[in-house]
Design a protein around this ligand. Structure first.
Ligand code: BGC
Length: 261
């Protein structure tokens, strides 16, 4: 438990499932007030809300497309209206789909860049604007990936979006550090979430992914949520502008593990 998170207002985009849901529940356990943003799954968002409340937190649900400025403004506005302020913004909403790069429709490229990168920018911008105008030493956490560092064939849009998030976060961290506003990334590896469900349901693909993880197993969403609460708490008060990889070692060149090379 991080006692300083009790009563803190935390907005999470894409929180009706996957990592967003897992973070919402963990902040609930920390007795935070959670703004659960969803794009199209209201039913799931409402059950996340119930679970957050059962866990000891407070929660409100807000629909919104993170690629639209007004929707993102409305997420921050909802936090202020319902809970009086905003302390932590977690830009988590993301998407991916595999396509050979030379055949990738512009529409696929635009959808992934606008959700993953522009969405994280809009969430960061709106949160930081509120923090600056109200003298709040707020906290922004962006969901990056091991693919801010590892190139990923068939996912050029996704890798580009995460590479963009890396420098966006570093730039924002530098720009707002004098105001005590912290901006960090979490870089998950392969995690058991709906985005990966199909891939990991196939034993061959699952084994293949596991072979790229030095720790030997696919991570659980709770192992990402525990990083998020640390980054949001004052226990990480001197940490800004980093990507904290939670990847079982995936970014550490696993093919060299057996002393090859
Ligand atoms: C992606 C997953 C992938 C993992 C490791 C994540 O960012 O969302 O689909 O399994 O990276 O490649």
């Amino acid at each position: 438990m991080y006692t300083d998170l009790k009563g803190k207002v935390v907005a999470i985009t894409g929180a009706s499932s996957g990592l967003g849901k897992s973070m919402a529940l963990r902040f609930g356990k920390e007795q935070a007030k959670v703004v659960i943003n969803y794009f199209n799954n209201e039913k799931d968002a409402n059950s996340v809300k119930e679970e957050v409340v059962q866990a000891g937190g407070e929660a409100v649900v807000v629909q919104g497309d993170v690629t639209k400025e007004d929707d993102v403004r409305n997420i921050v506005k909802t936090a202020i209206q319902e809970f009086g302020t905003l302390d932590v913004m977690i830009n988590n909403a993301g998407r991916e789909n595999p396509v050979a790069s030379h055949e990738m429709p512009l529409d696929d490229w635009n959808k992934v860049i606008s959700t993953n990168l522009t969405g994280a920018f809009l969430g960061s911008r709106e949160a930081i604007k509120y923090f600056v105008e109200n003298n709040i030493k707020g906290n922004v956490i962006n969901m990056s990936s091991v693919h801010e560092m590892i190139p990923w064939p068939l996912f050029v849009h996704y890798a580009a979006s995460k590479g963009g998030i890396k420098l966006m976060t570093e730039t924002l961290a530098l720009e707002y550090a004098p105001k005590g506003i912290r901006v960090n990334n979490i870089g998950p590896g392969a995690i058991n979430t709906p985005i990966n469900a199909e891939k990991f349901a196939d034993p061959v693909q699952k084994k293949d992914v596991e072979s790229m993880i030095p720790m030997g197993y696919i991570g659980e969403p709770e192992e990402i949520a525990s990083v998020a609460v640390w980054l949001a708490s004052k226990e990480s008060s001197y940490v800004t502008g980093i990507t904290l990889f939670a990847d079982g070692g995936m970014t550490k060149y696993p093919s060299f593990q057996a002393g090859r090379g």
